[in-house]
Design a protein around this ligand. Structure first.
Ligand SMILES: [Cu+2]
Length: 277
């Protein structure tokens, strides 16, 4: 409904502007266009699909990086520019490494009225360079379907937002641990959120929600940790939420221990480097 109100308001302000312009040419008209909910997002590309009848635009919250990325997709009628809200949109990120191809963990999107877009996530597990990433967006609407494929460049951040490990319990299962929060760490207590996935196959990386996670922040340069941290607990769908306490600025290492539901340690070598300015 928001969309109709917005377009109605825009049409009204345009007609008012025309009226004002035609009657009082000297008056300066200041109409503030509605702020785009995706104005902070990066547009990675637009494509016409389904015989040029749909326009698909791919956005991410920042340039794609190794880790947990917020992904937004808009689908519009290419002839009328009207946004299509009722489609089914799904993702298939794919990395072509020459000798093999693989996907990565992702959450296919649902339509979000406040963003005027289909909102999902993608957790890229390797940077571009060892291969090339394609971000495939499948759109299905009123019995028709087609796919838009976007070539994207995934970079590795200086302080990695993702690590992987092989389970100590079965010596074979590969897990991926992505830092979701804090993205903008501050001195004091911060939300600390991880997403945990495992590799079921090269194309399937399901979320793992039955693990136990403990975090131990330390400041290596000064040899101290911090009090009042809260170990992340599973909230479902691979999300683990806790708190981390950064008592001063500088370089922190947040050590992560991951156990299964029998308290057997899967890994205790993982860590996130987090520098506070
Ligand atoms: Cu790869």
């Amino acid at each position: 409904m928001k969309k109709f109100n917005k377009w109605a308001a825009m049409a009204l302000s345009i007609s008012m502007a025309i009226t004002v312009m035609s009657c009082e040419k000297d008056d300066e008209v200041t109409t503030t266009p509605p702020k785009d909910a995706l104005s902070e997002y990066t547009l990675l590309g637009s494509q016409k699909i389904n015989n040029d009848t749909w326009n698909v635009s791919l956005y991410m919250s920042e340039d794609p990086f190794v880790g947990y990325n917020y992904v937004a997709v808009r689908v519009s009628d290419a002839a009328t520019n009207t946004m299509i809200e009722g489609a089914t949109v799904s993702f298939m990120p794919m990395m072509d490494m020459g000798t093999m191809m693989h996907s990565c963990p992702y959450e296919s999107p649902a339509y979000d009225n406040t963003m005027d877009a289909y909102m999902g996530t993608s957790t890229f597990i390797m940077p571009s360079g060892g291969g090339t990433w394609m971000f495939n967006v499948m759109v299905s609407n009123q019995g028709e379907m087609d796919t838009a494929s976007f070539s994207i460049t995934v970079m590795a951040k200086a302080e990695s937002k993702l690590y992987n490990f092989i389970s100590n319990v079965d010596s074979s299962t590969v897990y991926f641990v992505a830092l979701k929060e804090p993205m903008n760490p501050e001195i004091g207590l911060n939300n600390f959120e991880l997403m945990i996935y495992k590799r079921a196959s090269m194309m399937s990386f399901p979320a793992v929600s039955d693990l136990k996670v403990e975090i131990y922040p330390e400041m290596p340069s000064m040899g101290h940790g911090s009090p009042n941290n809260v170990h992340p607990v599973s909230m479902g769908d691979g999300l683990y939420q806790g708190k981390v306490n950064f008592t001063m600025s500088g370089y922190w290492k947040v050590n992560v221990t991951i156990m299964d539901n029998t308290d057997a340690t899967l890994d205790d070598m993982g860590a996130f480097d987090i520098t506070l300015k």
